[in-house]
Ligand binder design. Structure first.
Ligand code: OFO
Length: 180
């Protein structure tokens, strides 16, 4: 069974992931208002991924006989001065989330909770990807913003994002709905 302290910390992480979902949905709404449907689509998929990150934690706590205590979710920012600033906010936010995951792993080590340490490895790998993706997008945005029609090209590019097959398995119409 998981410790009370560990399950409370994991519960707070559910809150952080749900806040990420909120934030990326707010960014999707902002992008639509700027006539950038590709960016909006990209952010909506990002928000869906965050929901899955939250629910994986939810199920893990229950599997370990812990109590799920859900925290209050703050309202996210709703406007950014331009696409570059929005993407920088994504990168900053993901760094904060990585720090939170590291904190959870430190706690799991202290408690000699090897199952939680193992479980959190998935999040470590995911955060490497999240940070790299955000940084790559910032670089692409910088490069394209200097070209005529650059934002249009960026938006077209982002419109092509697809859900990763692993995460798609957790979507409501996927085979693993029961676990989600
Ligand atoms: Fe859940 O990784 Fe982003 O926030």
């Amino acid at each position: 069974m998981i410790s009370k302290d560990m399950s409370e910390h994991l519960g707070r992480q559910i809150g952080a992931e749900l806040y990420s979902e909120h934030l990326y949905n707010a960014m999707a709404a902002w992008a639509m208002a700027q006539d950038l449907p590709g960016l909006s689509h990209w952010m909506r998929l990002q928000a869906e991924e965050e929901h899955i990150h939250a629910m994986k934690l939810f199920h893990y706590i229950l599997e370990r006989d812990g109590e799920v205590v859900l925290p209050q979710i703050e309202a996210p920012e709703t406007s950014w001065s331009n696409v570059q600033e929005l993407l920088s906010s994504v990168a900053e936010h993901e760094k904060i989330i990585t720090g939170l995951i590291y904190g959870l792993i430190d706690l799991a080590h202290q408690e000699r909770d090897h199952s939680t340490t193992e479980f959190l490895q998935w999040y470590i790998a995911e955060q490497v990807e999240e940070e790299a993706t955000a940084n790559a997008l910032i670089a692409k945005c910088k490069m394209l913003s200097e070209m005529p029609g650059g934002y249009y090209l960026l938006d077209q590019d982002l419109a092509g994002r697809q859900f990763s097959p692993e995460l798609a398995a957790y979507l409501p119409n996927g085979a693993m709905f029961g676990k989600y």
